[in-house]
Design a protein around this ligand. Structure first.
Ligand code: E4P
Length: 219
């Protein structure tokens, strides 16, 4: 399972990259706004900076247009920034048309804002590289986001769809573990959720004891 970081924050991307476990990055307009990135030139430069840190991993850059022509125009510009850019397109009818266009023209895509198995099937039929079901936002309204991941992984498996299941809107280390169990291809997470995987009190107390015992003998 690949680990993507769900942020546009360069410091956090650098931090995850330095751990040697970073496979890519996803962004969205809200995450870009959080970093104060505005204006087309700055946005494009910021994506370039992210790609430079990530190296070989994919970087999802989202279109703002909601009509086919606008999405194609924006997506082609985004894809020209760097070979690792994946154009992120919303799950709407024009979005599916745009994904089909990008697929046919060799541009990789991430179909975002996916909340049902039916939407995931449409994304796969259009040839999306990734589909992004939003686990946390389903949990937020009392549903079970993990059920959706299980269902999509199952459907893609029996149908032979090549689209990768990119579990998004991850809120916790447990989401990451459950996604691994369910066979998601990718998780995109805040840095805090990844760092949460390190934590275990027995690791902390065990290390402390090892160091104390070493000092007793070695001074
Ligand atoms: C990533 O592709 C999504 O845009 C992101 O995971 C959404 O996460 P959120 O629900 O925490 O905003």
């Amino acid at each position: 399972m690949k680990f993507f970081l769900d942020t546009a924050n360069l410091q956090q991307i650098q931090e995850a990259a330095s751990m040697g476990i970073l496979d890519g990055v996803t962004t969205n307009p809200s995450l870009m706004a959080k970093e104060g990135i505005k204006g087309q030139d700055n946005v494009l430069q910021h994506y370039k900076a992210i790609c430079d840190i990530v190296g070989h991993g994919d970087v999802s850059a989202e279109v703002i247009s909601t009509d086919f022509a606008g999405m194609v125009r924006e997506g082609e510009i985004l894809a020209s920034i760097h070979e690792n850019i994946v154009v992120k397109v919303p799950m709407i009818k024009d979005g599916i048309k745009a994904i089909r266009y990008f697929t046919d023209n060799g541009i990789r895509t991430n179909c975002t804002l996916v909340f049902s198995a039916g939407q995931a099937i449409l994304a796969a039929k259009a040839g999306a590289t990734y589909v992004s079901p939003f686990i946390g936002r389903i949990d937020d309204i009392g549903g079970d986001g993990m059920d959706l991941i299980t269902q999509i992984v199952h459907i893609y498996g029996i149908q032979g769809f090549e689209t990768e299941v990119l579990a998004a809107s991850i809120r916790s280390p447990l989401h990451i573990i459950k996604c691994a169990e369910m066979g998601a291809d990718v998780v995109t997470c805040p840095l805090s959720a990844i760092e949460g995987l390190f934590n275990h009190p027995l690791t902390d107390s065990g290390l402390q004891k090892f160091l104390e015992d070493y000092k007793k003998v070695n001074g």
